[in-house]
Design a protein around this ligand. Structure first.
Ligand SMILES: *Cc1c(COP(=O)(O)O)cnc(C)c1O
Length: 400
């Protein structure tokens, strides 16, 4: 599809939006799922429901084919090879896998792991732990007062690895990951990009194509909860030892020892989220059918309307970059009592989020308290934005 999105047609595919009282503006926390995803989950449970890679009966063969088909579909979406796609529980799990299996054995005292000040706790705490265990140093690239990152020209001494977000879940900052990854690679760093807030909202960028690892969660891109992806370059995955052990990931097992499967199965110990992986396929189909460019354009229209409306409401302080292209469709507003404001909005059926959005160090760095965050998805309408804008003055009064 080209040009403007037919939002009404998109909405009709999401049964959770049939409730006219519900204004879904907490999409950075999780998105709703289209009927096709729900149908695929249900159909798998009824018609297939077998474990993968084990038995040879018909349903087991079908389950394995569908699961491996989902892996190929994710690979195509990310411009990767099928054996570069590891299924995990979520983005957090994917980042932990890269941290434990790739980075931890490769760093020590004198080395530095670099993050940015924008990171979600999921892309910060695992690196803190690697540093604790190895004696490596953690360095955070600072942001300016608007929450924008400057691409470093020189990297910290001993820098070996960069873990950075493409889009901040807390502020909506879009990082120029193309320039960031190029600079990091030129300095010899390997890079993980957290694309959890980008995949499904922005076109896949050059930085994401070049990065050594990508992490994402299906549930933030219209897919099921309980499924994440670590995309790793084949040469890295092949060099990585597993960190979780058990069934599925082994090749040969004797009393005393075992050998491992090749990647990606090496990193998928135990029964994987098969139904969730299979049901992720129609979510990716939807994103590609609508087109990432059209989705981004639609979300920008909503963003501009929201920013325009906020500007004329007294007492509201917008945090983060002023506007696109440095901004996603997530908008954070600084309020003394953001929680009270979110409660008022909830009474009008408007789902937003208040808090520090799993980014406490970022809030501390900017001297920010909790914020009220509204975040859009492809199915939001200008009417959703207007309902939020109508309800905001009262919410702001409650949150002052
Ligand atoms: C939500 C989020 C995560 C963590 O995703 P989970 O599904 O909770 O594992 C990591 N990074 C960013 C930027 C996020 O928005």
């Amino acid at each position: 599809m080209s040009g403007a999105l037919d939002v009404a047609a998109v909405r009709a595919r999401f049964p959770a939006l049939a409730d006219p009282a519900h204004v879904a503006l907490d999409n950075a926390a999780t998105t709703h799922r289209p009927q096709a995803v729900i149908d695929t989950l249900v159909r798998f449970c009824i018609a297939t429901n077998a474990n993968v890679h084990r038995a040879t009966h018909r349903r087991a063969r079908e389950a394995t084919e569908a699961y491996e088909g989902a892996r190929r579909r994710v690979a195509r979406f990310l411009g990767a090879e099928r054996d570069e796609v590891v299924f995990t529980r979520n983005a957090t799990d994917a980042i932990n896998l890269a941290a434990r299996s790739y980075v931890e054995p490769r760093v020590g005292p004198g080395d530095a792991i670099v993050v940015t000040a924008l990171e979600h706790h999921s892309n910060l705490v695992p690196w803190q732990q690697v540093c604790r265990r190895t004696g490596a140093r953690l360095e955070a690239l600072p942001v300016d007062g608007r929450g924008c990152l400057e691409i470093p020209e020189t990297w910290p001494t001993g820098a070996r690895f960069l873990a950075a977000t493409r889009v901040s879940n807390a502020l909506g900052t879009v990082v120029d990951t193309g320039a960031l990854v190029a600079s990091a690679h030129a300095a010899g760093l390997a890079v993980l990009l957290d694309v959890t807030q980008a995949a499904g909202h922005l076109p896949l960028d050059e930085g994401s194509r070049q990065a050594d690892f990508l992490a994402l969660s299906a549930h933030k891109m219209y897919g099921p909860m309980g499924l994440g992806v670590l995309r790793g370059r084949r040469e890295h995955l092949e060099a990585m030892e597993p960190v979780v052990f058990g069934g599925e990931m082994v090749d040969r097992v004797s009393d005393r020892q075992a050998t491992w499967q090749v990647p990606p199965l090496r990193f998928e110990a135990g029964t994987p989220p098969v139904a969730e992986a299979v049901a992720f396929v129609p979510a990716l189909d939807l994103i590609e059918e609508l087109g990432a460019e059209s989705i981004r354009a639609h979300e920008l229209v909503l963003l501009e309307r929201l920013l325009g409306g906020i500007a004329s409401i007294e007492g509201l302080e917008l945090v983060g970059p002023a506007t696109a292209p440095e901004r996603s469709g997530s908008v954070a507003l600084s309020l003394a009592d953001a929680h009270a404001a979110s409660v008022v909005l909830d009474i009008s059926g408007i789902a937003v989020r208040a808090g520090v959005h799993c980014a406490e160090p970022l809030h501390a760095a900017l001297g920010l308290g909790p914020t009220l965050r509204a975040s859009v998805a492809v199915y939001n309408t200008t009417a959703d934005i207007d309902r939020l804008l109508d309800a905001l003055p009262e919410a702001v009064a409650a949150g002052r």
